[in-house]
Design a protein around this ligand. Structure first.
Ligand SMILES: C[S@@+](CC[C@H](N)C(=O)[O-])C[C@H]1O[C@@H](n2cnc3c(N)ncnc32)[C@H](O)[C@@H]1O
Length: 359
């Protein structure tokens, strides 16, 4: 039965279902900052190591006020991130909750993405103003949480896939890297991909380029911590002016769509590659049509695209605005305009598409 509300015919059952969905979403949105608190204060790790624990027990382990922990634990239990036993009034974590919330290298490490979400909330009003004015909002203009979150969120996926499966899916690249190749990692951010490749292929040399100075400084520090300074360099440069020629491999990890002029970038890469060199482009997973991307993963990517990727692209020259859900055909057009005619999708995962292009 429909109830007329003004000129709208509202179906009560559908309204209930929609409100139920809203409750789930609002709870998840409110839970986000508590996830970051759990990560930053080491609460998940403490509970995982020593649980089951009461709020008093967790307070004793961590030295954090019991009154706060009582609320934090109940909120985590209501969110399904920890378990609660009413009999003993103690909280614990299942092996799956421990894996997703405490193992930073796990491919499903959950807290990382919440840094990106936090930055989007912090920058939201500025982004709304940019949207209203039809202007861009540069990657570098965001809160630092975006840069930290991008590394925390993407690195576990790279660690799980890059050396074991993505690079081997490229034609003839592994043997070159094993012997000693020259590699440019363009739009490298904090250098997670650069460092993983440098560790796996110590005879090759890797230069990470990014236009964002702070990201490059972070990458340089991480290279020291990870012990790969011998075969890495990190430099500030745009995708259209990075230095060097005769590269065996040029990589773009999740950044081509953020660029204002992806075609100009690829034209530059074409000149920088050896005649038999390879261009590897990692882009977010997407299918051809909007309706095929109306999925939980597409929901994250379209919203990230609105808040981060499209404004980043529109802030740069040309402002192509490819977006984080650019279709294969949209990307193939960019490859073609950039001068690459031999392009294939080498492999894909639920989150990424990996393209290989040759001159
Ligand atoms: C989503 S982040 C990806 C970072 C890194 N590749 C990763 O996978 O962790 C996009 C990166 O592209 C960089 N970027 C955007 N436009 C650029 C341009 N025109 N030239 C060089 N870097 C650019 C940003 O500074 C940012 O570090």
């Amino acid at each position: 039965m429909s109830v007329a509300r003004g000129r709208m015919a509202v179906n009560p059952e559908k309204l209930n279902a929609f409100v139920g969905k809203f409750l789930g979403d609002a709870g998840a949105a409110m839970h986000g900052p508590a996830i970051l608190i759990g990560e930053q204060l080491g609460l998940y790790k403490a509970l995982a190591a020593d649980g089951p624990l009461s709020s008093e027990g967790l307070a004793e382990k961590t030295g954090i006020s019991e009154r706060y922990l009582r609320e934090w634990l109940a909120g985590q239990a209501a969110s399904g991130f920890v378990e609660y036993d009413p009999g003993s009034k103690r909280y614990s974590m299942t092996p799956e909750q421990k894996f997703g919330l405490t193992v930073e290298d796990s491919p499903v490490y959950i807290p990382g993405v919440y840094y990106i979400i936090a930055s989007a909330y912090k920058d939201q009003r500025k982004i709304a103003e940019a949207i209203k004015a039809g202007k861009g909002f540069g990657w570098h203009e965001h809160h630092n949480d975006l840069f930290i979150g991008t590394k925390k969120f993407f690195r576990p996926g790279y660690q799980a896939n890059l050396v074991n499966s993505w690079i081997p899916a490229l034609e003839g690249v592994v043997p070159k890297l094993e012997v000693g190749a020259r590699v440019a990692d363009v739009g490298c951010g904090l250098g997670a991909s650069t460092i993983l490749m440098a560790r796996a292929f110590p005879k090759s040399h890797f230069i990470g380029f990014d236009y964002h100075l702070e990201s490059i400084e972070w990458a340089q520090n991480d290279a020291v911590t990870e012990g790969v300074t011998r075969n890495t360099d990190f430099e500030v440069a745009t995708a259209k002016d990075f230095r060097g020629t005769e590269y065996d491999l040029v990589t773009f990890f999740d950044c081509l769509h953020d660029m204002g002029d992806p075609v100009g970038a690829l034209q530059h890469v074409r000149k920088a590659l050896k005649p038999d060199g390879t261009l590897m482009v990692v882009e977010p997973f997407a299918r051809e049509q909007v309706e095929q991307n109306l999925t939980p993963v597409g929901r994250i990517f379209y919203n990230a695209s609105l808040l981060i990727c499209v404004p980043a692209s529109l802030s740069q020259e040309v402002g192509r605005g490819l977006g984080a859900q650019a279709s294969d055909s949209g990307l193939n057009e960019v490859f073609r305009e950039g001068g690459f005619t031999r392009v294939r999708k080498a492999i894909e995962t639920p989150f990424n598409r990996i393209f290989e292009a040759r001159r």
